[in-house]
Design a protein around this ligand. Sequence first.
Ligand SMILES: Nc1ncnc2c1ncn2[C@@H]1O[C@H](COP(=O)(O)OP(=O)(O)OP(=O)(O)O)[C@@H](O)[C@H]1O
Length: 285
Amino acid sequence: MNPNPISPNAKNPNTRNPPIIQVRNLGFRYDDEPVLAEINFDVQPGDFVAVVGPNGGGKTTLMRLILGLLSPQQGTIHVFGQLPGQQPDRIGYVPQHTNIASGFPATVEQVVLMGLAQGKRRGFRYTAEERARAARAMERAGVHALAHRRMNELSGGQRQRTLIARALITAPDLLILDEPLSNIDPYGRQCILETLIGLDTGTTVVMVSHDLGITANAVTDIIAVNRYALASDSPQLTPDMLALMYGVHEAGCPVHSQLQQLMEAQTATQNTTQNTTQACQHAHH
Ligand SMILES: Nc1ncnc2c1ncn2[C@@H]1O[C@H](COP(=O)(O)OP(=O)(O)OP(=O)(O)O)[C@@H](O)[C@H]1O
């Protein structure tokens, strides 16, 4: 990510790669309710971006704008150098809420195959090659052994990993996940993270998360969103980001010390994460 998009590619001024996502002076409102204002950031190829912020801060709205599901009233968004929505096959999306997660009679394999737009056009008839792609995606997300189980027979974590496999089936260049770790136990979270870390190095990941501990060793960049946005090309939350998300607090007040603890807990999480990476290889959360 380039946190200072006024000077493109600040990380490496010699790099000529166009950003995967480029946002300039973005503003958005639902009817009369302003939600996002003056948003500027770049996401570079291979970045693993955590999008953090309080409830109602505008994270999901920002993801929907990047996907082209909403249109901004101000500013511009470019994804792969084009307007949002122009290259859907290059983007895998795991939405925050999905109505296929439970009570749905389809099997894991069928849900994963739904990630292929072509199959839908052919009335859900799939080729051997497409089923092989589904198998690879299920393997990567750790749900291969569950391929013929029905979605309503799975745990929440297993369903979430199935939805990640569905997003991976097209081998997308950009994976956007909206709170994939909510309602998942700590072990399952770590395993989902392992799946994301194990993606090809060229895959760019943008993940909305409430969990500050998610800023583990996988994350390269953070965008803090609360109507405005602050971006950094480091996995550490800065005091400015915490102030944007939770308000400006004077040193010494109880809230300030709680935020300090959050930052320290975040650092501790980063350290412990490195010790648990082997444990998830064969888990099916
Ligand atoms: N379809 C909609 N119509 C009107 N207002 C909406 C709509 N969707 C979201 N909002 C409002 O926009 C604001 C931002 O919502 P958004 O879902 O983007 O926040 P968020 O950061 O993703 O929140 P959370 O962490 O709770 O998921 C909220 O005040 C919300 O009530």
